[in-house]
Design a protein around this ligand. Sequence first.
Ligand SMILES: [Zn+2]
Length: 67
Amino acid sequence: MKCPKCNKEIGHVDIESDYGSSSVGYLKGNKIVEYEMVEGAVGDEFSEIISIECPECSKDISDSVEK
Ligand SMILES: [Zn+2]
C-alpha cells in the first residue's frame, strides 16, 4: 500500500502496543497479515495496539490499515 501521509510505497508498518513492546506488521494491500515482535515481547499476542506507524515518515496511519 501507499502511505496516506507521505505517499511512499510501504510493505510493513511499525506497531506499538500497550506493554511498550514494538513489532513489525507485514502488509498485503492495507491489511496486516503477519506480525513480528521486535522487542519487549509479552506472549505471542498483544492486548492492545496503540499506534501503527509508517516506517518512512513515522506518522500514525492506523486509520488506513486493517488489523
Ligand atoms: Zn509515510
